[in-house]
Design a protein around this ligand. Structure first.
Ligand SMILES: *Cc1c(COP(=O)(O)O)cnc(C)c1O
Length: 483
C-alpha cells in the first residue's frame, strides 16, 4: 500500500508559492470570529515532485478505461472522447452563470435546445427535459410525470407500478420514493416479461409499468406492443428505463413502439464520463400529451431567439434540480451526438451488439449462458454455476481473478434472477484484439478453476489491495484518515 500524502510530510518542505495578496481586505472583517480557525491547520508539507509522484502512484493503482478493458455490465464503460473535455473547458462555457441575461447566453441555450431536440428525435418522443442528473433521478422524474398525469385526470387512486423481477435496483427504489407501491412480476423461461403474469397483476389501480429494454439480461423485449396494449387498457403508462439505449440507437425508437416515457443515461450511452458517483445526466423524454407535466423551465425558441420557457408552470410537476441540470455533462453528450450524426450513432449500437455476441459465443463452452434463445444485445449474462458445482469456485472468486489479469471485473450477482451471474458489457469502443485477450483470460480462468482452485480462492494476487472482507467493511465502514 502507498502511504498517504500526510505521512510523506517533512517539516518546512513546500510545494507551492502563493501569489502576493493585492486585495486590501482584512480576513477578520469577512469571517465572523466564531467561524475563524483558532489554530493553524495541519497540512502535508511536501515538495511539488512528492505531490506529483504521490498522485500518479495512486492513479496507477486505480483502474480506468484509459488503462484497460472495463466490461462492467449495465454501466456502459465506453471510452469518452477527449475532444468533449477540451471543448467543455472552453471559457465561454466555464464562465457562464445561470442567472445571466438570456441575451448573453444564446449559445448555451441553443446547445440545450438542440440536445432536447436530438434526444427526442433519436428516441421518438415529443418533449425532453434535461433537468434530472442521473438515471435514477430520471426514473423519479418520470414516475412523478405518471403521478401528475393520473392526478390531472382525476385518477389519484392509481398507486401501483409494476416491474419485472429483472429490474435494476434503482427502479423499485424510485417507485417508492415517488409515492407508489411496487408490484413485481416474473420473467418467463426466455428471460422476457411473462405476459400472463403481467395480465394477472394489471388492474384499475395500475399507474404504470417500468421496463428496461434491452433488459438487464441483455435481451431485447420483443413483446412491447402487446405489453403497451395491456397497460394502456387500464390507462396505465409505460416507462422505459433507457440505461441500455446503447444497444438500439438509430435502430429502435422507443416512443414509436409503445413507450410513453423514458430516461437516457447520458453518462452511459452518450459518452460523458462517469463512475465514482457523478456528475451524470438522466434526461427524460415523454409523449406529446405528457410534455405539459415536465419540469420547468424548458428551453424554447421563438423569432430566432432561445429562451427559458416557464409556460407549463400550471401543470408542471415543478423543478427536480437547481437551475437547468448538469450543463457541462449535457454539453459533452451534445458534442458526441453532433460528431457521430445519425449514421455514427447507429454504428455505435451495431458494434456494441457485435462485440457482446462475439464474447458470448467464444465463452459459451467454458461458462454457462442461461438465456440463449435469442442473440444478446450490447451485453450478456453468463453464470458461474458450472464452476461452483464442479470445483466449489464462486463467481466472486472468478471476478477477483479477473483483476489479476488486468481487467475490471464484470458486474456480478446481478441480475438477481441468474445464480452466480456475471454481466459482461464490452461496449463498441473496444478492438477485436482487446476482446480476444479478454476471452483468452476468461478461458484461462476456467482452466485454473479445474487445475488450481486455490489460486482463485486467494485471488487477487497482484493488485495493490488483496481481497477485502466485504462483510466487515459494510458493518464497520470507516473511510476517515486520522493523522
Ligand atoms: C445505470 C442504470 C440505472 C441507474 O442509472 P444511474 O445513472 O446510475 O442512476 C438504472 N437502470 C439500469 C438498467 C442501469 O443500468
Amino acid at each position: 500500500m502507498a502511504s498517504t500524502i500526510f505521512e510523506k510530510t517533512s517539516s518546512g518542505r513546500k510545494g507551492y508559492t502563493l501569489p502576493v495578496n493585492d486585495v486590501n481586505i482584512k480576513l477578520e472583517n469577512c469571517i465572523p470570529s466564531e467561524f475563524s480557525r483558532k489554530e493553524d491547520i495541519r497540512l502535508p508539507e511536501v515538495s511539488e515532485l512528492d505531490v506529483m509522484r504521490h498522485f500518479l502512484e495512486l492513479a496507477h493503482m486505480n483502474h480506468c478505461i484509459e488503462k484497460g478493458f472495463y466490461p462492467l455490465g449495465s454501466c456502459t464503460m465506453k471510452y469518452n472522447p477527449k475532444i468533449n473535455e477540451t471543448l467543455a473547458r472552453n471559457d465561454g462555457f466555464n464562465n457562464l452563470h445561470p442567472y445571466q441575461e438570456e441575451d448573453t447566453t444564446q449559445g448555451a441555450l441553443e446547445i440545450m435546445y438542440e440536445l432536447q431536440k436530438d434526444l427526442a428525435e433519436i428516441s421518438g418522443f415529443a418533449g425532453v427535459t434535461l433537468q434530472p442528473v442521473a438515471g435514477a433521478h430520471g426514473e423519479f422524474t418520470g414516475l412523478k410525470v405518471i403521478k401528475a398525469y393520473h392526478d390531472f385526470n382525476g385518477n389519484s387512486h392509481k398507486n401501483k407500478i409494476i416491474l419485472p423481477d429483472s429490474a435494476h435496483g434503482t427502479n423499485p427504489a424510485s417507485v417508492v420514493l415517488a409515492g407508489f407501491d411496487v408490484v413485481e412480476i416474473k420473467s418467463n423461461d426466455k428471460g422476457l416479461v411473462d405476459i400472463q403474469d403481467l395480465k394477472s397483476h394489471v388492474d384499475d389501480n395500475t399507474a404504470g409499468f417500468m421496463l428496461t429494454n434491452p433488459n438487464t439480461l441483455g435481451l431485447f423485449e420483443t413483446q412491447v406492443e402487446e405489453i403497451a396494449e395491456i397497460v394502456h387498457s387500464v390507462d396505465g403508462l409505460i416507462y422505459m428505463d433507457g440505461a441500455n439505449f446503447n444497444a438500439i440507437l438509430g435502430i429502435v425508437k422507443p416512443g414509436e413502439i409503445g413507450f410513453d416515457i423514458m430516461h437516457y443515461n447520458l453518462h452511459k450511452t452518450f459518452a460523458t464520463p462517469h463512475g465514482g458517483g457523478g456528475p451524470g445526466s438522466g434526461p427524460i423524454g415523454v409523449r406529446k400529451d405528457l410534455v405539459k407535466f415536465l419540469p420547468t423551465p424548458m428551453v424554447n425558441k421563438q423569432d430566432n431567439k432561445y429562451f427559458m420557457d416557464y409556460g407549463n408552470a400550471e401543470t408542471s410537476l415543478g423543478k427536480v434540480h437547481s437551475f437547468f441540470g448538469n450543463f457541462a455533462v449535457n454539453l459533452r453528450a451534445y458534442i458526441y451526438i453532433k460528431m457521430l450524426g445519425t449514421k455514427g450513432l447507429r454504428r455505435v449500437s451495431e458494434n456494441a451488439v457485435i462485440n457482446a455476441n462475439y464474447i458470448q459465443k467464444k465463452l459459451e463452452k467454458y461458462y454457462n449462458i442461461p438465456f440463449k434463445d435469442q442473440y444478446c444485445m450490447h451485453e450478456f449474462v453468463a453464470s458461474g454455476v458450472w464452476q461452483k458445482e464442479k470445483y466449489g469456485i464462486n463467481t466472486l472468486d472468478i471476478a477477483k481473478r479477473i483483476l489479476d489479469k488486468g481487467y475490471h471485473a464484470p458486474t456480478i450477482y446481478f441480475p438477481l434472477i441468474v445464480p452466480e451471474a456475471m454481466m459482461i458489457e464490452p461496449t463498441e469502443t473496444e478492438s477485436k484484439e482487446t476482446l480476444d485477450d479478454f476471452i483468452n483470460a476468461m478461458i484461462e480462468i476456467a482452466k485454473e478453476c479445474e487445475e488450481n482452485p486455490d489460486l482463485l480462492k486467494n485471488a487477487p494476487l497482484n493488485t495493490p489491495v488483496r481481497r477485502v472482507d466485504d462483510t466487515l467493511a459494510v458493518r464497520q465502514l470507516n473511510v476517515k484518515f486520522e493523522w
